[in-house]
Ligand binder design. Structure first.
Ligand code: ZN
Length: 431
């Protein structure tokens, strides 16, 4: 086939072994949140070889702290942002078309306990259609697919009208603050964005808000033999736990989240208040004087952080008011860690329609629109005025042992992304 007839989608089919190798190379570089530097160096060099003008972008913590969505992620607290670059590149268009940003996170969750794996979590082993490893699906195959898509456009000398930004970001598993949020503050604003998270043949258009809070109840210490001189902080926490439990049940009955409830098992579970950690007492013979409870609340689009904070604080105060000790010694409530707002992308936006028609074209299936019950990087694009969707390959056992991703699905994802870029950015016909 002569190069004039070679389309980018034909090119990737002819070169699919390179895609397999790229996924494997990425999986073989461990990159648990906080330790992303090595994989980012690899990607930087790859983008450099492709003339995509890569640069490292290190998060500036002072700039981030001024932002209303900032919170200290666990990996920031542990490692800071000094050795954790984001990487950005660009495939320049001729300047008369709409731009697009392809974004993928490179951090992964811990593979522990590794002895439970059948395959080496950093081995990238390929068995039939699947590549195994931590991050294979979430989301190194997706990262490979966006790099490969740009490579195909360059190899076939496709002249786009709009710019294509590519970025690989850090910190997503922890909240994305130093990654996708920081990039929105410093990168050019694109007209649309795709994040190839492993959502299979669906279009991800929404994510949940997530916040953490802590309740601290104090009592009076005493020897257990004379417990009546003390006030037991664990016992005093019980009415608060009961109140939070009934608030959760009430919320689950009344709050709907259509994009999450596409999955029948999520019906009536659109919001969850999880009692996550309790710390209290240090000795069976002592009346505990301190009880600390840590919780997570997930809430769907339609609710704001302020609404949820108000509801939870009122619930705890009401429970405290019904108890003589707690009325006089009110529990302290602290909001810490995660404070993500939910997001929802209008599925009728022209960009979403362009993607949908390409999914139909390549898969012969009508994609469904879904929403996640956790926080997602896509929210940062949408909150900053760039329409964004999650669309990526089919994977299994994400965040679990023997995580794996389908190669044929990654190939198809790449074709769909290329075709969407061409439709959205436009192509100069006279080369
Ligand atoms: Zn992910």
């Amino acid at each position: 086939m002569s190069s004039e007839n070679l389309t980018p989608t034909n090119w990737i089919r002819d070169n699919q072994e390179e895609l397999v190798k790229l996924i494997q190379d990425l999986v073989r570089i461990p990159s648990v949140s906080g330790k992303e530097e090595d994989v980012q160096k690899f990607i930087y060099n790859k983008l450099k070889d492709l003339n995509l003008e890569p640069k490292y972008i290190y998060p500036d913590i002072e700039k981030l702290r001024e932002n209303n969505d900032f919170f200290e992620t666990t990996s920031f607290t542990k490692y800071g942002y000094e050795n954790r670059p984001n990487v950005a590149g660009i495939l320049r268009g001729t300047g008369k078309g709409k731009s697009i940003c392809l974004n993928g996170h490179v951090d992964v969750v811990s593979p522990e306990p590794v002895e439970h794996w059948t395959y080496d979590p950093w081995g990238g082993e390929k068995v039939d259609d699947f590549i195994y490893g931590r991050g294979a699906a979430d989301m190194k195959a997706g990262v490979a697919s966006i790099i490969f898509a740009l490579q195909a456009l360059m190899e076939t000398n496709t002249k786009l009208k709009g710019d294509v930004f590519i970025e690989t970001t850090i910190d997503e598993e922890d909240g994305g603050i130093g990654g996708c949020l920081y990039m929105r503050l410093v990168q050019p604003k694109a007209d649309a964005a795709i994040i190839p998270e492993p959502v299979g043949n669906t279009i991800g258009v929404a994510s949940a808000g997530v916040m953490y809070f802590r309740v601290v109840v104090t009592g009076i210490p005493a020897h257990a033999a004379t417990a009546h001189y003390g006030v037991n902080a664990i016992v005093k926490m019980v009415p608060i736990i009961k109140a939070l439990k009934s608030l959760n049940e009430k919320r689950q009955k009344t709050i709907k989240y259509q994009y999450a409830e596409v999955d029948p098992s999520m019906k009536g579970k659109a919001t969850t208040l999880n009692i996550g950690v309790i710390n209290a007492g240090d000795w069976p013979s002592t009346v505990p004087a301190l009880c600390i409870l840590d919780c997570r609340i997930g809430f769907p689009p339609g609710e704001t952080r302020e609404m949820v904070i108000d509801q939870i604080e009122r619930t705890i105060q009401d429970a405290a008011n019904r108890d003589e000790w707690l009325r006089e010694n009110p529990p302290k409530i602290e909001w810490f860690g995660w404070k993500a707002r939910p997001h929802e992308q209008d599925p009728k936006h022209p960009f979403v329609k362009v993607l949908e028609s390409n999914i139909k074209k390549f898969t012969k299936e009508i994609p469904i629109y879904i929403g996640g019950s956790a926080g997602l990087d896509a929210r940062f694009f949408v909150h900053h005025g760039t329409p964004a969707i999650s669309f990526g390959p089919y994977g299994e056992k994400i965040h679990s042992t023997d995580e794996r991703v389908s190669v044929s699905s990654t190939l198809k994802t790449t074709e769909i992304i290329i075709s969407t870029i061409i439709d959205w950015c436009g192509v100069e016909l006279d080369k």
